[in-house]
Design a protein around this ligand. Structure first.
Ligand code: PMP
Length: 339
């Protein structure tokens, strides 16, 4: 018999539905659904630019941040080029690389689950067109701090574009975060990728954006589908920017729940490192496969990498309590090796 899904914690979504003000804006836009959206999303681009305190020529909007990433790869990759990224990471990167005819170059994480910046640099050669860094990292939640990132960027050759995926940056509370405007000024080969899918809770609407040097942004925009950003999504994003302080409180709640979840999991004996995203990462040799089965039994979907790890999206309090109960009752728990 199928077990009903009570809590969706597999895709790093927000546990919150859109705010009433965002819903109202969407309803108003739905009433105009017989009209096309803008040919290019100029208004939205300007709003995002003002909000990020950069000029509009530094902003490329796309269909989710994954859409912007594809536009970038289409803009810069030629057949036979390579795309390097730490592995494991967001599953889309190998797919996107293959879609544009590039050869994917996965570079293993360090044993602690960090992106190995030295190994990534060593993997770059004349065929490399793009290197992806995910910060905070999916799935481990680890962070590359400002100094390490600056040193990395200084060593990346100019013919390689750095795709700095900051899909989860709003959940990072580290004091040593990279400052985006200064990085953009210093590195014309950098594209910072952001999304409205995670902290802003609009995953279904598919809006992301990239910040970069005007020349790079221009090339990325040329790959954008005309009329490609839908009007309901545009209305929702604009309303979300107006409701930023309310949304920030929601993010603060997710961050507080993340810290509680981690603390409780550690007290149950799981080795859980600090996370700077809206997820926590459980890894072998802790009993992650048994954990995944226990969660399924409890009606929780999580992201399970068999024999390797379990990524749990931070849900609302009720969902997180369900996770804690399921993992505390694990038969394998008693016998597992603990720190
Ligand atoms: N980057 C990372 C690291 C992600 O984990 C995800 C979604 N899981 C994305 C990008 C894609 O997000 P979007 O909905 O903006 O395409």
């Amino acid at each position: 018999m199928d077990i009903p899904v009570l809590h969706r914690l597999a895709l790093n979504e927000s546990p919150y539905p859109p705010l009433p003000s965002v819903r109202e804006a969407m309803h108003r836009a739905v009433a105009q659904a017989h009209r096309y959206p803008q040919f290019h999303p100029d208004d939205l681009t300007e709003r995002i630019a003002a909000w990020c305190q950069v000029t509009p020529d530094r902003v490329a909007v796309g269909s989710g941040s994954v859409g912007v990433a594809l536009q970038l790869l289409r803009a810069v990759v030629r057949p036979g080029d390579t795309v390097a990224y730490a592995w494991r990471t967001f599953d889309a990167y190998p797919l996107l690389a293959t879609m544009v005819g590039a050869q994917p170059v996965p570079v293993p994480l360090t044993p602690e689950g960090h992106q190995d910046l030295g190994a990534l640099l060593a993997a770059l050669d004349h065929r490399t067109r793009v290197v992806v860094l995910c910060n905070p990292h999916n799935p481990t939640g680890s962070l590359v701090t400002a100094d390490a990132l600056s040193a990395f960027l200084r060593q990346v050759p100019r013919h390689v574009t750095v795709l700095l995926d900051e899909a989860y940056v709003e959940f990072a509370r580290h004091t040593d975060l990279p400052g985006t405007p200064a990085l953009l000024d210093a590195h014309p080969n950098l594209l910072v990728l952001r999304t409205f899918s995670k902290a802003y809770g609009l995953a279904a609407l598919r809006v992301g954006y990239g910040l970069g040097a005007p020349g790079l942004v221009e090339r990325i925009r040329r790959q954008q589908l005309p009329f490609g950003i839908n009007a309901v999504a545009t209305a929702a994003v604009k309303a979300s920017l107006r409701a930023e302080s309310e949304l920030r409180l929601r993010v603060d709640t997710v961050v507080a729940e993340r810290e509680r979840l981690r603390r409780e999991l550690v007290s149950l004996g799981w080795r859980v490192g600090p996370s700077h995203a809206n997820s926590v990462w459980l890894a072998t040799p802790d009993p992650v496969d048994e954990g995944a089965a226990a969660l399924t039994e409890a009606g929780v979907t999580a992201r399970h990498y068999p024999g390797e790890g379990l990524r749990l999206t931070v849900g609302d309090r009720n969902a997180n309590d369900t996770v804690l109960t399921a993992l505390a009752e694990l038969p394998a728990h008693e016998g597992a090796s603990r720190m």
